[in-house]
Ligand binder design. Structure first.
Ligand SMILES: [Zn+2]
Length: 198
């Protein structure tokens, strides 16, 4: 991908987290839900079509990604999934990887890795399910396959030019700090919810 196009893409992905997903997730956390969110962006101009956040206090399957896909199919006029970028704040779990596939997306981008979810968010279930059900070690699924290509946003930032990279890294640090705060709130309140895998 050309440098300028990559920079526009990274900027749009960070804007989607900063301005579209995080406000929803702050409300979701206050209601006892996890920190995971998602957004759909138009491939042509990188505008945000829809954002969503975890809503598992209503249904444990309403992960940020699946709940966003559910809401997307409730839109009357919706674009084709083949015309959209899929953004997940956290690397999708096995259910969400399949949901993204079944809905016909040919890509996804994520900010935090499965290892981050385990180590920084104390949520080990993504990796445990991949290990227990699919016998996959961390990093063991195919990040590019016949259905989609996935990208860790930090890998995109790492190959940007110096000036752009410094700006993106500062914004990424601020996003990480914000999620650390939200995670503390979630972890402090999760004992009170009936979510099966907390
Ligand atoms: Zn999931």
């Amino acid at each position: 991908m050309a440098g300028e196009r990559r920079e526009r893409l990274v900027d749009a992905l960070l804007v989607a987290i900063e301005r579209h997903i995080l406000p929803l997730t702050r409300d979701g956390i206050a209601a006892g839900n996890k920190v995971f969110g998602a957004a759909l962006l138009d491939k042509s101009d990188y505008s945000v079509v829809l954002a969503g956040t975890n809503n598992e206090t209503e249904n444990p399957l309403w992960h940020g990604e699946v709940h966003t896909i559910k809401t997307f199919y409730e839109l009357k006029d919706r674009p084709s999934t083949s015309d959209l970028l899929f953004l997940s704040t956290h690397e999708p779990c096995s259910m969400c990887l399949s949901a993204i596939t079944w809905a016909g997306f040919d890509n996804f981008f994520y900010f935090f890795s499965h290892e981050d979810s385990r180590d920084a968010f104390a949520i080990p279930h993504d990796l445990r399910i991949l290990q227990e059900v699919f016998t996959l070690e961390p990093g063991g699924y195919r990040r590019t396959n016949a259905f989609w290509h996935s990208e860790h946003i930090s890998d995109l930032i790492a190959v940007c030019d110096d000036t752009a990279r410094a700006g993106f890294q500062a914004r990424a640090d601020a996003i990480r700090a914000e999620y650390a705060k939200l995670s503390d709130i979630y972890q402090g309140g999760k004992a009170e919810t009936a979510i099966p895998l907390k």
